[in-house]
Ligand binder design. Structure first.
Ligand code: SF4
Length: 385
């Protein structure tokens, strides 16, 4: 018969790296740890718009939508977006029937647009391949676009009551401290995930997952853990050793590389600006942008700039640069401004209606521009572009 809990942490602690892992300070079995956590959760659970009320079944669509939105985004930011998405697309079927551009537009401000594209693809896939019902297993969920191991485990546990351990950065921190794991990330990831699995109870795994999230977000916070409020106060090995704030350990961050590019701010008739659509795949895929050179280590030479410019014009560099940080690199953009009359010949490589379009300057806020391009627009308008 399956034991009521995952592999015991005692077994985990017997592994060869036991020098870097301590047992919890108080001799507690996983069942007792899980019970204390659930009791704390009953009194302290956060009230979040995507959460089912106590004792009620969770809606997989809400769980999935919220988990995708929460990837790399805070609860406070996600709240209003979640409400607006749900009001507009109350069911998976309605989201599947939406146009991608509508979804991208509604996603504006949440960033990491690949999530919105995958959200839409997954909605369509579930509607067409799964009869509109989410698959319940972690493995099947993980096979869907945009659903990684953490999100699959969170949906499986919260929406379907499966004994899955959803391990993100918050949970890694809690587990690293509870067991005083001194091994640094990312090397410690597998160990932390295995330890997290030992804590998952067979009963109420969804509440357990949400309790871990709440504990990490509210009590076992990165800077100053509020140990006096913690249900594992007496169990926590890192607190007992006085090293909680130093865990989890991380290697020093390397600075992100710098990329540069040139953006063309081309105004027609003093009231429209040229936009183009980025390729569907890749960074900011499918979003509108101002025409730009590729973003590389340096600014392209003049001959290359002339080739990539939408028109052979006397381009005027605007003062200053636009800076933006992406996850893996920093970007610095120079803006070249040009203007043409109402009637011009078709610009270079411009396929109007498909990849390019003219947009009224006073309607730019209606376009799903990524944040970096909003910065370019603000910079151009402020500098007489
Ligand atoms: Fe985190 Fe402190 Fe609780 Fe340990 S006792 S798990 S460090 S909040």
């Amino acid at each position: 018969m399956r034991p009521p809990y995952g592999p015991s942490y005692a077994r985990m602690a017997r592994r060869p790296t036991s020098a870097s892992v301590a047992r919890p300070a108080r001799s507690a079995d996983p069942a007792a740890l899980a019970r204390r956590l659930l009791a704390w959760y009953e009194r302290n659970r956060r009230s979040l718009p995507w959460r089912a009320l106590p004792g009620k079944a969770a809606d997989p669509y809400r769980v999935w939508l919220s988990e995708i939105m929460l990837q790399q985004t805070t609860v406070a930011t996600v709240g209003p977006y979640f409400g607006e998405f749900l009001a507009r697309w109350p069911t998976l079927q309605s989201l599947a029937a939406a146009e991608l551009d509508e979804v991208l537009h509604a996603w504006q401000g949440l960033g990491y647009y690949a999530r919105a594209r995958n959200l839409h693809r997954t909605a369509r896939l579930i509607a067409s391949e799964y009869g509109g019902r989410f698959p319940e297993s972690e493995a099947a969920l993980k096979a869907l676009p945009g659903i990684g191991p953490y999100t699959a485990a969170a949906i499986a546990a919260i929406a379907f009551g499966q004994a899955s351990a959803a391990v993100d950065g918050n949970v890694e921190r809690v587990v690293a401290r509870l067991f005083a794991v001194r091994e640094a990330l990312p090397g410690a990831k597998r160990r932390l995930a295995a330890l997290a699995r030992t804590l998952v109870p067979r009963e109420r795994p969804g509440d357990h997952a949400q309790a871990m999230m709440d504990l990490g977000a509210v009590v076992c916070t990165p800077g100053r853990p509020r140990c006096s409020l913690c249900p594992w106060h007496k169990d926590c090995a890192a607190r007992a050793a006085g090293i909680a704030e130093t865990l989890p350990r991380r290697p020093l961050r390397r600075p992100r590389p710098m990329r540069r590019g040139v953006v063309f701010w081309l105004v027609r008739g003093g009231r429209e600006v040229l936009l183009r659509k980025r390729p569907a795949e890749g960074l900011l895929g499918g979003l509108m942008e101002l025409p730009t050179t590729a973003w590389k280590g340096g600014v392209p030479p003049p001959s290359e700039l002339a080739r990539q410019a939408p028109l052979a014009l006397s381009w005027r560099p605007l003062p200053g640069v636009v800076r933006h940080g992406f996850t893996h690199f920093e970007l610095e953009l120079t803006v070249l401004a040009g203007s043409v009359g109402e009637t011009i010949e078709r610009p270079n490589g411009v396929n109007e209606g498909e990849t390019h379009r003219w947009c009224r300057l006073d309607r730019l806020s209606d376009v799903a521009l990524p944040t970096v391009m909003k910065k370019v627009v603000a910079h151009a308008l402020a500098n007489g572009g």
